[in-house]
Design a protein around this ligand. Structure first.
Ligand SMILES: *Cc1c(COP(=O)(O)O)cnc(C)c1O
Length: 388
């Protein structure tokens, strides 16, 4: 019996051909495929600038650096996210804190953010940057978060690792209407893939320039940016301390080819979503609630167990389903419950809603290419498991 994973890539013959074409070309990296992929994503998002990098983790790091995050800065994010959304602040020597989640969307709660900001203002420790995470592909309430950013003076990085292809108030996620920078991930379980890869998009040309510089060692070949006259045609200058966070042309070609299939991927995810909703509405689980402002990319389908309506436990459901070949998963362990974060001083109880979520949530398999027969197997196994 093969394991049905919770997520996986969908690679077509055209995708493969696009990568093969790069392999036969002059440039495996720093060639034309990277800017072509950047243009395609920027055009899709309706945003001015796109900077491709080797992962969303790198994009988050560069986004923080471009916004000036460093020692003495405070960054806030959601506890229900992948560790990378918080680690980026620590890479810069900044302090991280977590805002509890909304009980319906599981995104960073705007009510909790407002309350925490009011307290922080009194205590003189307002955040410099807030990183809302669009969990499962559903946008956070960006208009309100943006207003709060204006009021309290913080910058905003959207972690849209789950969310390319979705919309918020009828505009593509990544438009950056309500944020300074938006970050996407192209890991194979995400909506489109480049193997490993990520991108930061922005409407601010200075931020874009800074991220371009930092992704390639802090080196410039633009004489306008140099501190003194060129020594000759070979000349370049390192004007800041950067990294090698570049995306290869092999990755970019795959990404560009996948972008052509984005709408089809999202439509398939919505078809799977509707079928799950229909069948699961009869089971003792909470379905993923959709905010009316949001059209989700549906990276994940997360249910919550109604623990007072079942005899089995959350853990036993995972064990039974994994044993039956269903690769259920849990997105996510509250970040501050990780030993590394506990070492920074965080304790259980910091975000009670996030901890309740963690005790009940299950991600069911969700990816284009999941067949109806496979989906039926997931539903049958879950139904049986919940009756144990
Ligand atoms: C996957 C993911 C990341 C990291 O993406 P990589 O491309 O693997 O570095 C960051 N944030 C969230 C919310 C993610 O799901």
């Amino acid at each position: 019996m093969t394991m049905i994973p919770y997520g996986r890539q969908d690679v077509s013959e055209a995708d493969i051909q696009a990568v093969v074409d790069v392999l036969r070309s002059d440039f495996l990296t720093q060639g034309p495929a990277v800017p072509a992929f950047e243009s395609a994503v920027a055009a899709h998002c309706g945003v001015q600038h796109a900077v491709a990098v080797n992962s969303a983790t790198s994009a988050l790091h560069l986004a923080c650096l471009a916004l000036g995050v460093g020692p003495g800065f405070r960054v806030w994010t959601s506890p229900i996210t992948f560790v990378a959304s918080a680690n980026c602040a620590l890479y810069c020597g900044a302090q991280i804190d977590f805002v509890d989640i909304d009980p319906r969307t599981y995104n960073l709660s705007v009510a909790c953010l407002e309350a925490k900001l009011a307290q922080a203002e009194k205590a003189g420790c307002l955040p410099h940057v807030v990183i809302p995470v669009h969990l499962c592909g559903q946008s956070c309430e960006m208009a309100r978060i943006h207003e709060l950013g204006r009021q309290y003076g913080f910058k905003i990085i959207e972690d849209a690792s789950h969310a390319i292809g979705g919309t918020y108030r009828s505009e593509p996620i990544g438009s950056c209407r309500y944020s300074d920078i938006t970050v996407f991930s192209f890991h194979p379980v995400k909506i489109i893939t480049t193997g490993e890869g990520g991108m930061a998009v922005t409407n601010d040309s200075q931020l874009a320039k800074q991220m371009q510089l930092l992704r390639s060692h802090g080196i410039t070949r633009d004489t306008g940016e140099m501190t003194r006259e060129s020594d000759g045609p070979w000349y370049y200058q390192q004007i800041t301390l950067g990294f090698n966070y570049r995306m290869t042309d092999l990755q970019a070609a795959l990404g560009l080819s996948q972008m052509k299939r984005l709408n089809e991927f999202i439509a398939q995810r919505h078809a799977i979503f509707r079928r799950y909703d229909e069948w699961l509405s009869r089971m003792p689980v909470v379905l993923p609630w959709q905010h009316p402002d949001s059209y989700s990319g549906l990276h994940l389908y997360v249910i919550r167990l109604k623990r007072n309506e079942i005899r089995t436990t959350h853990r036993a459901v995972f064990e039974s389903m994994r044993a039956a070949g269903i690769g259920v998963n849990l997105h996510y362990i509250p970040v501050y419950r990780q030993p590394y974060y506990e070492g920074l001083g965080f304790n259980a109880g910091h975000c009670p809603e996030a901890e309740r979520y963690y005790a009940e949530a299950i991600s069911l398999p969700m990816y284009p290419g999941l067949t109806e027969a496979e989906q039926d197997r997931v539903l049958n196994v879950l139904d049986k498991t919940l009756q144990e």
